[in-house]
Design a protein around this ligand. Structure first.
Ligand code: G1P
Length: 297
């Protein structure tokens, strides 16, 4: 293993690609960024930012696009709203709104001007990431886990370094990136390859890349020259396959559940799951959902 393979430089930054149109949940996303759709009681993006912070991330880079301004506004002051609530003595709400804000300068927004694929979106963050390892977190995918999915990955990273991707079993590998495992040590898996959106019969395993990555900055040079792959898009998976030739790569079958909010039923599941998991509303949510089902039967 060379020095690059063994690298365990601390992880401080995360890239959140938020430029996608959300076509699978139209028309809900016609005029609202899909990342701002509520999952139970907060926008989906809030869960992903919370997961990043819980893993020690200090700086978040949003790769954004046109019509995504609501995301920037969400992480800024809403002075008129705060003032109006304060005048009505709704101080708990004011505090809750202010708790969304991060320290000045710890969030960056960079535009992906054209939807050329996930690999291209990540590449758009190269100047802000610079020469250090970084996380990529796909905000469609909400991971319910304790400790958080990225925190589990950081723990693995502190042991083995290099590049790490989160995986979990699926019945529909053709929808995702899929890994070819070689051996495993507990939840940590050695791989010999990855393939983006394989045909079901060609999938090298049932373990799909679930949307959390820890990557070394050398990926950016590979992304710069990456041609289009599956779906005629510049795929992050294809550049990771090339990076595997030079650097250590592990998959982590993390302990938790993934909710794919990118489609309507996944989004419904996420809403129900986060409502049921809520300390304040869980019991009421369970009774309400049960009543709905009983009424239907
Ligand atoms: C992307 C990745 C894929 C991964 C998936 C998880 O695909 O390319 O490897 O499995 O996210 O959601 P997309 O959903 O953008 O088609």
């Amino acid at each position: 293993m060379n020095s690059v393979q063994a690298t365990k430089r601390p992880l401080r930054k995360a890239v959140l690609p938020v430029a996608g149109f959300g076509t699978r949940v139209l028309p809900a996303t016609k005029s609202i960024p899909k990342e701002m759709l509520p999952v139970f009681d907060r926008p989906a993006i809030q869960y992903v930012v919370d997961e990043a912070l819980a893993a020690g991330i200090e700086h978040i880079v949003f790769v954004t696009g046109r019509n995504k301004g609501a995301i920037e506004d969400y992480f800024d002051h809403a002075y008129e709203l705060e003032l109006t609530l304060a005048q009505k003595n709704k101080n708990a709400l004011v505090d809750e709104l202010k708790s969304i804000l991060r320290p000045a300068g710890s969030m960056s927004f960079v535009r992906q001007q054209a939807a050329l694929g996930l690999g291209h979106a990540v590449w758009c963050a190269r100047d802000i990431i610079g020469d250090e390892p970084f996380a990529v977190m796909l905000p469609d995918m909400l991971m319910m886990a304790q400790p958080s999915c990225l925190a589990q990955m950081v723990e693995a990273y502190n042991k083995v370094g290099g590049n790490i991707i989160a995986v979990e079993p699926t019945d529909t590998p053709e929808l995702y990136g899929v890994i070819a495992p070689v051996s495993r040590d507990g939840r940590l898996i050695k791989m010999k390859g990855m393939v983006e959106k394989p045909k079901r019969e060609d999938a090298p395993s049932n373990l799909f890349i679930s949307g959390r990555y820890i990557l070394q900055p050398e990926i950016f040079d590979l992304l710069a020259s990456q041609g289009p792959g599956a779906g005629n898009e510049i795929q992050l998976t294809d550049s990771m396959v090339r990076l595997m030739e030079a650097q250590s790569f592990h998959a982590l079958e993390y302990d938790g559940v993934t909710y794919d909010c990118g489609d309507k039923i996944g989004y419904l599941r996420a809403n129900a799951a986060y409502a049921l998991a809520s300390a304040d509303y869980g019991e009421k949510a369970a009774a309400t959902l049960q009543k709905l089902l009983d009424e239907k039967n």
